[in-house]
Write a protein that binds this ligand. Sequence first.
Ligand code: DIR
Ligand code: MN
Ligand code: MN
Ligand code: MN
Length: 312
Amino acid sequence: EDLGVVAVGFSGGQCKPGVDAAPSALIESGLLTQLRDELGYKLHGDEQVHLYTDLVPKEDPDYRGMKNPLAVSAVTRRIADQVYEHSVKGRMTLTLGGDHSIAIGTIGGTAKATRERLGREIAVIWVDAHSDINTPESSDSGNVHGMPVAFLTGIAKDEREEYFGWLRPENQISVSKLVYIGLRDIDIGEKRILRENKIKAFSMFDVDKHGIGRVMEMALAHIGNDTPIHLSFDVDALDPMWAPSTGTPVRGGLTLREGDFICESVHETGNLIAVDLVEVNPSLAPEIDQGAHETVRAGCSIVRCALGESLL
Ligand code: DIR
Ligand code: MN
Ligand code: MN
Ligand code: MN
């Protein structure tokens, strides 16, 4: 099977340096080699980590409270093109981030490619401790990695091309085809948005109450069984015990096995078209070397499970 790989060394959607080093760390630990040699994928792409420095302007003042708005908009616009080029050819697409703002590009790209190729809307499974659905106005932090879902659904928008106005209807997803898993740290404004838009969300409460097996049945039933699925996995969905090296760790998260199970279940549908793995930050951890190693290892496991490892 063909696999398009996009390695995104970008950290401008939040304020902590280091998340840009994740793709190299994941690749150096052998992830792509495993996908090629053990899972049998034919890899496509330039096999280089993109830093997009040419797209980062010298001056990038806050706009509607957003930090680095011109840079994040320009970089995600470029990522949307990269992902689109793979996805429109029918390739499974893997994007290694980078902070979660990059999903504006990855999902913007697959949404457009899938409309063109299959005439279909995609569904998105967003696995995260956070719901990343702040509007610029509801955000306390101004970090765009807390806003990608708002821009992708049209809940947040801007007229100006250079401030995400480049997102067109064909790049967007509908709120009814969005499902969250793993939530446990949601801002007040986000809660209102989730409620008002009746968005399907399985928090850690639901994982504890029903078990991950039943949660995945319900999540996939909501999506329907022949809808193309884009899986966007924020490593902070995992408990810091398994993934300490991330910008905003929140205790009480998924076990690594629960994270792997989510990915295996999505793979098993046969409808997966794209995977993002984001927010691995090898420079952050209480015990840095050990923590970074464990987090990279967890990230590799998540990706391998999504791409079909360990299903008989
Ligand atoms: C917070 C934290 N909700 C914000 N968000 C994220 O900044 O909007 N941390 N995504 O990963
Ligand atoms: Mn998160
Ligand atoms: Mn996130
Ligand atoms: Mn398979």
